[in-house]
Design a protein around this ligand. Sequence first.
Ligand code: ZN
Ligand code: MN
Length: 441
Amino acid sequence: MKIGLEIHVPLNTRSKLFCTCPTNFLSAEPNTNVCPVCTGQPGSKPMGLNEKALELGLKIALALNCEISPSFRFLRKHYFYPDLPNNYQRTSEPLGRNGKLGKVRIWEVHIEEDPGRYDLRKGTVDYNRSGIPLVEIVTAPDIGSVEELRDFLRTLYSVLSYLDAIHPEGTLRMDVNISLYDTRVEIKNVNSIHGAVKAVQYEILRQENLRRQGQEIKRETRHYDENHGITIALRTKETAEDYRYVPDPDVPPVDVGRDLVEKVRGEMPELPHERMRRFMEEYGLNRTVAWTLVLDRELGDFFEEMAREMGVEFCVEWCAKILRGELNYRNMRMKDVDRDEVVEVLRAVREEKIGKPAGVEVLRKVLDGEGRARDLLRTYTAPPLEEVVEEVIRENPEAVRDYRSGKKKALDYLVGQVLRKTKGVYDPKKVRERLEVVLRG
Ligand code: ZN
Ligand code: MN
């Protein structure tokens, strides 16, 4: 299997690529972030190129180890669809080429304008998104499995989030090119990492079924239906000629001076791979744990902050294992979480106000939005361990006698009784120790 991707990244800029309209396309009322330029009014001309978009494009290209083009032009890519008022999309020549991320080669990075949003069912168009700057990243077909696809996209997302490159209201949108049996099929309209994985899994099944039935696999473009997790035939693939690319006479060629590249290089933040190596050295973590922590930028931040207060060992267990696992299970990232709530849970466990099992339960409820940590913790606060131990001993004279006469198994029973009464607040090991002390005395 060979998979190549074309990934669109909505850039984290305040204004659009060739006009000064704001970019909050979702939170604004439909068709309010618009002007003659981004709605393609007759006679309107693009304003100067958004410099922040150019800098973010360069940052992405550098982070993906690309060679930077000294200059590039904007082209008009023609097609006819209600979301494109100009009847062409402005799309740049590559500003970066021949890069690499892991073992996946990056063919090119370029900048383009986002089209508007066309609602097929209602027949309405919202042009708030029209003209928002995108970076498109085109990879070589170097991805060989579903696992590699997931790893690559997670790593790419991580790099982009360290660069602060993704618009907070946007998501990665991609086309997935997949060749299973030497026939290239393109899947459009994939809007998440999860969706890419699902679409490819579906496509593998579909093509295997066709082969089993002796049917041929067509070279075609398919549409990913996110609600049903399936791909649907769309049309046979256009060739580049269909788009009639021509240089846009309204936009002067962009010179990427050495100074600009050096300035951007100087502003590059610590990237995930660098941070992983630092975590390994600074905190003595192994590669797997370090990578787990840095992959989610906010989780890495959270770990560093908490480790100072609660110690590395405790935070590795709670951040890299427990919290990470619970987030993955819910398809969440640390940025989706109220971190102060999580801090309260961790502190309660660290200060032994509640045990680990209770801590995990409270954490789950916090992540599921079932209440505030403070209130949840209160319901998990049990009477003092000493009291419960006394009570259980009083209520179970037979088990106590068995234990004292050498039946060690009786202790397991007593531990179980204490845990039941305290809803898992206390650590079983601690309960066992306490029982042994009291029974021996
Ligand atoms: Zn505008
Ligand atoms: Mn594109």
